[in-house]
Design a binder for this molecule. Structure first.
Ligand code: OOG
Ligand code: NI
Length: 463
């Protein structure tokens, strides 16, 4: 039987998820419209950019969501979600320790890893696992674990189809459609809580994140994130459309050459929920805030040296200016951020020559007379137009930014810094495999593209 390529199943899944989320969270639909309008304005003002996007086959999928996020409760849930996402051609990349921001979670990003798969559909899911071991109240942690042990987040039919895909190396078109529909059930919003109002209140008092993970039937998708060509415009345009943005855009400041990832979100909405009463009867009504919308703008991936510089600049800005819980101090923070990054090289060529960013090489002309196609001759080959270096887009996330997004949708804009208690081993044990270190992926693309290009130039010279 022929299998539907995983990239296609991922596209079906991300479309289904998008439709479901727009229905569940109407304000997200408003954000999508704003993003579309701003993208259109940017392209109208910059026809060269539009032509570049068109040439790179980017135009048709500009408005397609780039990521979503979920929060899981147990090791078993993480294990099964890994198996589910594998069917979609997504594997765990990177380890993010959010305890640095006082959040009791650690995370990875499930995403496609090859250049080709990313080009087809880059959909990723930022996936967090709650860390009950960090709770001081051990009795409450035990109670939370007991509540979680009673739920099953993946439908029996979906588990069957996952096992089938694992055994047969994929799914046929009909089974794939069935799988997408079943997988969607895991991420659907359930307004009926699984615990009483009292239990919810006790868990929320410990940490609102704990209540969000523990008190519901499953890991509701908590946001989706389209790509924008001008994040500052979208941020500025939100209030006029009745959307309340978080106080500051996370990540690097606005620059001529985008690096890494800039992101912002609208505040999570307060939604009605229903607690169970005695003997299966409906109980008290309440509210819960979890779901929001986010936008992102991606730039070039940084090397470990570039990333270290980024981390230093960011730490410098955060030590100079801190945003308060109600967003106060946001303007000073943006000023401090811009100042802290003043010496960060802001053109692709310098970033490449100084080894701060990752590139992908391709042949663009013949080997010039008297130049050997060797790694030492790269500068000469670039200058002669024999080689071109394209920036590699950053495909991953940033822990400090992620923490800011978490905090904002938990109801505060306050920036906080805590001691780290990373536990990658425990995370990988739960996952059932190691996460791929993201830097290795970018490095491999750079090295392979250069080796291939140099070989092609050498061949061309002797042909
Ligand atoms: C995830 C927050 C992090 C991002 O893009 O960095 C995130 C969450 O709130 O569950 O989505
Ligand atoms: Ni996000």
């Amino acid at each position: 039987m022929t299998h539907l390529p995983a990239d296609e199943i991922r596209t079906l899944f991300s479309q289904a998820m998008s439709e479901m989320y727009r229905q569940e969270v109407p304000q997200y639909g408003t954000l999508i419209e704003l993003v579309r309008d701003v993208n259109a304005e940017v392209m109208a003002a910059d026809p060269a950019l539009k032509a570049r996007l068109e040439a790179a086959d980017e135009l048709s999928r500009l408005d397609v969501e780039r990521h979503g996020a979920i929060r899981l409760g147990t090791a078993e849930e993480l294990y099964n979600i890994r198996r589910m996402f594998a069917v979609l051609g997504m594997s765990p990349v990177g380890y993010y320790d959010l305890s640095v921001a006082g959040l009791p979670v650690h995370s990875t990003a499930f995403r496609p890893v090859t250049t080709e798969a990313l080009a087809r559909n880059p959909f990723r899911v930022f996936t967090s696992l709650i860390r009950l071991e960090l709770l001081e109240d051990r009795a409450l942690a035990a109670e939370a674990a007991e509540i979680l042990s009673r739920r099953a987040i993946v439908t029996p039919r979906c588990l069957e189809l996952i096992a089938q895909a694992e055994a047969e190396g994929g799914l046929g078109a009909e089974d794939a459609a069935d799988f997408v529909a079943e997988a969607l059930e895991t991420f659907r919003w359930h307004s009926d809580a699984t615990v009483t109002a009292q239990t919810y209140a006790r868990l929320a008092a410990e940490h609102r994140l704990i209540a969000d993970v523990v008190c519901f039937h499953g890991p509701h998708i908590n946001h989706l994130t389209p790509r924008t060509l001008d994040i500052d415009s979208v941020q500025a345009g939100m209030p006029a459309r009745g959307i309340a943005p978080k106080a500051v855009i996370e990540g690097p400041p606005r620059r001529a050459t985008d690096i890494l990832l800039r992101q912002t979100s609208f505040k999570a909405l307060e939604e009605p929920i229903l607690f169970p009463g005695e003997g299966g009867a409906n109980g008290e009504e309440g509210t819960h805030t979890a779901r929001f919308g986010e936008i992102e703008q991606r730039g070039v991936a940084l090397t470990p040296a570039g990333r270290a510089l980024y981390d230093r600049c960011l730490a410098e800005a955060r030590s100079r200016a801190a945003v308060g819980a109600a967003g106060e101090g946001a303007t000073d923070y943006v000023t401090a951020l811009t100042a802290a990054f003043a010496d960060f090289p802001d053109d692709a060529d310098t970033l490449r020559r100084e080894g701060l960013a990752f590139f992908r090489y391709r042949v663009a002309g013949p080997l010039p007379e008297g130049v050997e196609p060797t790694p030492e001759a790269v500068e000469d080959l670039l200058a002669a137009g024999a080689l071109v270096a394209d920036p590699q887009t950053y495909e991953d996330f940033l822990p400090v930014s992620a923490a800011g997004i978490f905090q904002s949708n938990l109801g505060t804009d306050a920036q906080s810094n805590f001691d780290e208690t990373a536990s990658q081993d425990a995370f990988e044990a739960a996952l059932g495999c190691a996460v791929t270190p993201e830097m290795e992926l970018y490095r491999a693309v750079e090295e392979e593209s250069l080796a291939r290009s140099l070989a092609a130039l050498a061949e061309g010279a002797t042909a």
